[in-house]
Design a protein around this ligand. Structure first.
Ligand code: SAM
Length: 281
């Protein structure tokens, strides 16, 4: 059984008080206080001794401790300038943990992580969940698995299937690069302070190759954005917003085998790919 001493209400309160810290709303700070959830995340990440892990936003080291106890070599990137000194104390003795102060959206992750594949594990700050996830996936970093705590509603969008209300550009983008699944429900009481939303842990197994083959990835995403830009429009009309002529659209749809009267939000990744390749020709 791994030790996760920091993951309790008492210890977290004690650490915050001892260092004169106040959870910053601006930085999305909600500290985990539930050891079962820490164990659930470590299990979902399938950590084996020696696994290299990038942790985003270690806070006071709650999840970091769980990862280090399981034998991971953790590089933890934290934006809050006050926290590295705190982490040096709370994680004293864990010599496989390295804390890097910086903004995950600005640092060069490849340089920080060095050569070789790694996993990403994080209790993400909710104010920038989507930009962080998209940036990690779009950079095509050698990430094998991404395990993150996210707002339930965001996870539902990430895993949504065509034709549902939650299906959108985020679903297509995440599923293009990875296979996402929700593994754990996490109530607000598992954090200090308790967030106003429900949370879940999501596992994304990153694909070696995108889910669908397309000749031009940028064009694929332009079409996806056009399709979801005005959800109530038919796909026919959505393509018009890309500046395509009626006749050209007719040819494209015929070639891709798509009925232009359908709404864009009903198209699968494979169908978007067929359209992108037809537009590109
Ligand atoms: N991992 C800790 C836990 O589970 O208790 C803290 C999680 S808290 C939800 C999010 C953490 O991300 C905070 O420590 C916050 O300071 C940090 N953070 C916010 N924005 C960041 C950014 N752009 N880059 C790196 N860390 C960030």
């Amino acid at each position: 059984m791994i030790q996760s001493v920091i993951a309790s209400k008492e210890v977290t309160r004690h650490i915050l008080k001892a260092f004169g810290l106040h959870a910053s709303k601006r930085l999305g700070q909600n500290f985990l206080i539930d050891a079962d959830i820490v164990h659930g995340i470590v299990d979902a990440a399938d950590i084996c001794p020696g696994d290299r892990v990038l942790e985003i936003g270690p806070g006071i080291g709650t999840l970091t401790q769980g990862l280090a106890e399981a034998g991971a070599e953790v590089t933890a990137v934290e934006l809050d300038k006050k926290l590295p000194a705190v982490l040096a104390k709370t994680l004293e003795g864990y010599d496989k943990v390295r804390v890097v102060q910086g903004d995950i959206l600005k640092i060069d992750i490849q340089t920080v992580m060095g050569p070789g594949s790694f996993k990403v594990v994080a209790n993400l700050p909710y104010y920038i969940t989507t930009p962080i996830l998209m940036s990690l996936l779009e950079q095509r970093l050698p990430i094998t698995r991404l395990v993150t705590m996210v707002q339930k509603e965001v996870a539902e969008r990430m895993t949504a299937v065509p034709g549902t209300k939650a299906y959108g550009a985020l679903s297509v983008a995440v599923q293009y690069y990875a296979a996402p699944r929700i593994v754990l429900d996490v109530p607000p009481q598992s954090f200090i302070p308790a967030p106003e939303v429900d949370s879940v842990v999501i596992v994304c197994d990153v694909r070696e190759k995108p889910a669908v083959e397309v000749k031009d990835g940028q064009l694929f995403f332009r079409i996806v954005r056009a399709a979801f830009g005005q959800r109530r429009k038919t796909f026919n009309n959505a393509l018009k917003t890309m500046g395509l002529e009626k006749e050209t659209i007719g040819h494209i749809l015929l070639k891709a085998g798509i009925d232009g009267q359908r709404r864009g939000e009903t198209l699968s990744l494979a169908e978007f790919a067929a359209v992108a390749d037809a537009v590109g020709q």
